[in-house]
Design a binder for this molecule. Structure first.
Ligand code: MIG
Length: 842
């Protein structure tokens, strides 16, 4: 019962506080009094001494920064921004008596002088994309002070935009809400919210970035402000969208598409790209709070292997440590981590350890051994070092800040200090020395058992690049900086390996350092259903590597729920079954063979689709396009997709419509313009319509886009078990054409950044007379050993001959090449020697 009441109370409190914020009563910025310009920006000096700087970063990226009743400060710092210097785009400015027009090749910013209203238009068509509903405003009279987290620190700032009659809203990071955020409002204040349900807000992360879509044209707004922030998409008023924060600057970036992928790509330019994690991060993962001792870990792995279930990673939750002391190991439970990890490695299994920010508060004079296996009961090296170096957070009055978390009384590192970040990163040798492969960061909202609202931390000071600011500003970036410390530490400790970091809390930009999971979900059908819009929204907010505890974290699941849950997560980037300490066991076999057999089918399919998933992951790294995405990302001209969040796409080519309630064995599926092919039966649909399909427990409805070529690999128990030998399954579009560019690299090292990858474009075209397949010369310097590439196409054609590079291909060549027609499927095998090839079958 407890679990249910808490969220309800919170929702009520939340509704009350937002209603209390009538932003129309705030002081509006003055009129434009004068205009000055420099190389890439325009400064509007206002009648009330306020200033607005409009900076043209790219044709489609405009920054708006304002200060109220004072000059813009020189200090301009953000933890989120990755790229600060941009080549000046072509632009011009035209001033009239009533307005100022600033125009790039893509966007025209029209500023009305009085009242000061900013409008963004499409530079080519003149169409208004986004317009102020009232001038930028601030709380000059302190009207909102009573509801603010720290009224002594900030002044509320707000921007308001006209709400389009048919405008849809996406993004905003991790929110327990549906895909389209229209007529909803949200707060950003990183919070530990176990057992959250739909509507609970805020939860763990803050990504103050949203997308608007109306009349087929999309834009984005990133309000880069780490204070407690508010977004209202037409909830408090039908006229208005507004966003604001309890301090800091009015500072936002406007992105113009009109296509969503272009906005996501620009957002990745600005806030950074997700580096490629190791390929095995896409492998199946298993966790539990907590697996110990060592023999238990061995047993889990043994079960996996014996049951022929693929597995790449086992996670160790907080009980591997000595009394929850981070960077230590409990010697009774894990007497020899290195030996255990080596043993598991022989079975293809990697270990990821959890790390919390709370360092046990353990003042002692004695010096402690830095050996993470030596008892730290008398004296704890992490605490001692952090104290000696003055890296822990303090209150304003100079006292050490002592929150309570898992170790009991604890301290937190001031991650805004570069030296402290370096120290924290280097501490991870306690794991990497033993072969730990990745770090799972928890509790970094930061949670504090004394008081989860943050009040206990209100006067905690962070260095913040010399700003010495307090919690009101720093809470939401705490996890981002912890992730940075961890990622950079792993990079230094293991320069030849890609870091793998998972985080619970975050701020915008976190994708540069960490992947994420959605925290403490419920083992319920509602929880499962909610995971889809959450993954989709995260993907639209610059975080492409996402996942949820498969089966749900809290409560008691069942075989059907677990199976359906795998039918969602088998294509999520992060696929990890995890369960709370007192929850019912839910490893894939726990509900009996019937369910286990179905789960096995999906885990195996995930591994077979690995070449496709990995290629899609690399696309996300390079372009910001998420793997797990809503249909609107690819079909934004199709209004049927605008609030579709019970089905999803993976990359451009797979569409999945999972079952999200018990006892259901068929469902409606919307297929956008086609053709589409049923993955299981190959049945062809023309698309642009709703279909009903069967979905017995063993089948998740899944479709392939006509025009795709899906690369598949051999079945594997773990990533890298077998050499890649891609087989390409061809799904022609309406013109009979299809194509794919397969991405490959060594899967583990950062050498891909230096061009050590291989990109192989394959194309196919089918007519009633013949089939042509081409393999282009690969790009990149990664070499694969000679191997067989297979092409599979379902076709009526019964070829009399197949020609490879102008020569007849025998049915079974000695080098493994050949072709065959069996049933409807034509299979052609060619030797991949890294050269271009062409095949004609007729
Ligand atoms: O206060 O480490 O979300 O995955 O198992 C709970 C114990 C702390 C919360 C994480 C969960 C993890 C648990 N942690």
């Amino acid at each position: 019962m407890k679990n249910y009441l808490l969220p309800i109370v919170c929702i009520l409190l939340f509704v009350a506080s937002v209603a209390g914020q009538d932003i129309t009563r705030l002081e509006k910025i003055g009129d434009v009094a004068s205009v000055s310009r420099n190389d890439n920006s325009v400064v509007l000096n206002c009648s009330d001494n306020s200033q607005i700087r409009i900076t043209l970063l790219a044709p489609d990226l405009i920054r708006v920064r304002a200060s109220f009743s004072k000059q813009l400060p020189n200090r301009d710092h953000s933890w989120a921004i990755d790229k600060t210097s941009w080549p000046t785009p072509r632009w011009n400015i035209v001033e009239t008596a009533s307005s100022v027009s600033i125009k790039t090749d893509a966007v025209e910013v029209v500023v009305r002088r009085s009242p000061l209203l900013i409008e963004f238009r499409d530079a080519k068509t003149g169409a208004v994309i986004n317009a102020d509903q009232q001038p930028l405003a601030y709380d000059a009279k302190g009207l909102l002070k009573s509801m603010m987290f720290d009224p002594d620190v900030g002044v509320f700032v707000a921007a308001s935009k006209k709400l389009g009659f048919d405008e849809h809203f996406y993004g905003l990071g991790e929110k327990a809400s549906r895909l389209d955020k229209r007529r909803s409002s949200f707060i950003n204040w990183n919070s530990d919210t176990p057992g959250y349900v739909e509507g609970r807000d805020p939860i763990y992360q803050t990504v103050p970035f949203y997308l608007g879509l109306e009349n087929g044209a999309a834009y984005g707004i990133f309000f880069d402000n780490s204070f407690k922030s508010y977004f209202d998409f037409g909830k408090s008023s039908q006229q208005r969208v507004w966003f604001g924060a309890e301090g800091g600057e009015m500072n936002y970036y406007f992105f113009y598409g009109p296509q969503l992928p272009k906005i996501l790509s620009r957002y990745a330019d600005l806030t950074g790209r997700m580096p490629l994690p190791p390929m095995w991060a896409l492998g199946n993962q298993q966790s539990r709070w907590s697996y110990y001792p060592e023999a238990m870990v061995d047993e889990v792995v043994r079960q996996y292997r014996q049951r022929d279930l693929p597995l790449d990673v086992v996670h160790l939750d907080i009980d591997y440590m000595q009394g929850y002391r981070v960077f230590t190991w409990n010697q009774n439970r894990f007497p020899n981590p290195k030996e255990m990890i080596t043993r598991l490695a022989q079975q293809g299994v990697k270990i990821v350890t959890i790390v919390d920010p709370g360092v046990k508060h353990q003042p002692t004079e004695a010096s402690a051994s830095r050996d993470p296996l030596t008892s730290q009961e008398q004296s704890y090296y992490v605490f001692n070092e952090g104290i000696a170096r003055n890296y822990f957070q303090k209150r304003k009055d100079g006292r050490l800040f002592v929150p309570r978390v898992w170790p009991g009384e604890s301290v937190f590192v001031d991650y805004t200090l570069p030296d402290a970040r370096r120290w924290w990163g280097d501490l991870h040798r306690a794991y990497t020395d033993f072969g730990v492969a990745g770090i799972w960061m928890d509790m970094n909202e930061p949670a504090d058992f004394v008081d989860q609202s943050g009040k206990n931390q209100i006067d905690v000071v962070s260095n913040d690049e010399g700003d010495n600011s307090t919690h009101a500003k720093n809470r939401n970036v705490f996890a981002l900086l912890m992730a940075r410390a961890t990622y950079e530490g792993l990079e230094r400790l293991q320069p030849d390996k890609r870091p793998y970091v998972i985080t619970r809390a975050a701020y915008a930009g976190v994708q540069r350092y960490a992947t994420m999971w959605t925290g403490d979900t419920n083992s319920t059908w509602d929880g499962l259903s909610l995971s889809i819009p959450m993954f989709q929204s995260l993907g639209l907010s610059g975080q492409p590597f996402v996942g949820s505890d498969v089966g749900g974290f809290m409560g008691r699941g069942n075989g059907e729920l677990l199976t359906r849950s795998y039918q969602v997560s088998f294509l999520a980037p992060f696929c990890r079954n995890h369960k709370t300490i007192d929850g019912y066991d839910q490893e894939p076999w726990r509900f009996g063979k019937h369910y286990e057999d179905i789960i096995r089918k999906y885990l195996k399919l995930r591994y077979e689709l690995m070449p496709f998933l990995y290629t899609t992951l690399e696309t996300a790294h390079r372009t910001g396009a998420p793997l797990f995405r809503p249909l609107v990302f690819n079909y934004q001209d199709d209004s049927n997709t605008y609030n579709l969040d019970d089905q999803f796409m993976v990359g451009d080519d797979l569409l999945v419509a999972p079952i999200l309630s018990p006892g259901i064995t068929s469902r409606l599926v919307y297929l956008p313009r086609g053709p589409w092919y049923d993955y299981w039966t190959n049945k062809k649909y023309s698309g642009g319509t709703m279909i009903r399909v069967d979905a017995p427990l063993e089948t998740v409805p899944m479709f392939v886009r006509g025009g795709a070529i899906i690369p598949k690999g051999p079945p594997m128990n773990f990533i890298g078990e077998k050499p890649a030998a891609p087989s390409f399954v061809i799904f022609p579009d309406a013109q009979g054409k299809s194509q794919f560019s397969l991405y490959e690299d060594d899967g583990v090292s950062p050498a891909y950044k230096e061009g050590l990858y291989r990109r192989t474009r394959v194309q196919a075209s089918e007519t009633s007379q013949d089939i042509n397949i081409t393999v282009d010369a690969p790009q990149g310097s990664f070499k694969t050993p000679n191997r067989i590439l297979s092409f599979l196409i379902s076709t009526r054609l019964l070829p009399r001959q197949v020609v490879l590079d102008g020569r007849t291909l025998s049915k079974a060549g000695q080098d493994g090449s050949g072709w065959q027609k069996s049933g409807d499927t034509l299979t052609v095998r060619i030797v991949d020697d890294g050269k271009p090839h062409s095949v004609n079958a007729k």
